[in-house]
Design a protein around this ligand. Sequence first.
Ligand code: PHB
Length: 462
Amino acid sequence: MLEVPTMASPPVTPQPPAEAVAPLMRGLDVLGRLTDADGTLALADLARVTGLARSTVDRICATLAHLGFVRLDGRDAALAPPLMTVANACLDALRVPGLLGPLADALADELDESVSLAVPDGDDIRFVHQVLRRRALSISFRVGDALPMDGCAPGLVFRDGLELAVDDQLVEPGLVAVAVPVRGPDGSVVCAVSVVSHTSRHGAGELAGAVRGPLEACVRSMESVLGTSSYASGLRPEPRGLSSTKQAPVVSLARGLDVLTAFDAVHPTLTLSEIAEATGLARATARRALITYEHLGHVTHQGRTYRLTPRVLSLGCAPLSRTTLPRIAAPHLADLSKRLGESVGLSVPDGTAVRCTARVTPRRVMSVDIGVGSRLPAADTAAGRLLRDGGELAVADGPEAGLRSVAVPVRDRAGHVVSALDVTAHQGRGDDAAWAAELTGTAERIAADLHVTSRFVSVPVH
Ligand code: PHB
């Protein structure tokens, strides 16, 4: 049984309008099911839970794979980091995470407790920012997760208009939270800030007393940011639109997904003509996609302008956002190891040493044996030298006699080197220049996935 409990109650879906695009609805259903299953499902199970023919599921997944949104791995389909482009469009257009996230981070530092930002989403609330404090006992939701409005502190803020709501283990035994509203310049509630703790640290009432002052100060800062925001004007937009140029197996699905990424912080609302222009789609095509999204609750309109709803985050955001660099890199390491027929891995600095955070080694009689977690002196490996000395390439004879390693950097969004990617093999088996070219290509693909994932969430490097 692969029935995965959904945290939010499923919406009751009435009959779709005649103009809704059926292949787009099916594609969104597949993405939603994969999200509910925490990112991966066997194709056969996807067919079962969607009620679609297996051949239809295969075609939809081939299209999603073509767009880079899904990875097909044997019998499984798994959500892939480029799908975060869709969540990022939504988070960007919502503006709350970009504007208020840094203030939530500062509050978490001040209180040494987890802090989250949530927005209303129909009968649910949806988390759009999370700052976690690592604790032995920690239950936490991810950016993109939803909770029923009537079962959590932010929900009580939105539903009952409370100035301060307390969740005394409503969501989960042991979990306590205090939420307060943040208002926009027009007085409407834009989001709720929550401070989240555990009964082993604070009782609910005690938590409210302890955090009230800093929480209220934080809300005042947030409201002043919302009041004076020139956020959009100072922002350089990300490249817009997806790769609709290459022919996908299900064209109407690929085109429909393009509509979502037309939105961003500079364009939080768009008219039909603007969407058609931004995506290069015919007006009629864009219009039918919008009708489809509106039917499913992903888009709303007021007069002539359309906007995304937070429900767009139900398309992959939560499973893709709680990840690490080694997890992002894993499929790329597997590809590279297969192509080179050698052992490849990632390392991070660890004092004067380097620590291996991921490794893929082909089965061989004589193979390199550097386990994940093992530490080696920086001077003994190419990865260690690269992380110590900088540069674009390092080579080393080592870590043991008879071995040779070549390494290149992996950079974060800011251009800082966060990890080294290496190939390590028996001397004389490969050609440094050819290896360097392969490593560089792979490091770029890993970095691209890291960059799209870490735009609104922090991704640990190990
Ligand atoms: C959270 O995990 O951020 C959270 C959980 C329950 C609440 C509020 C916030 O009531």
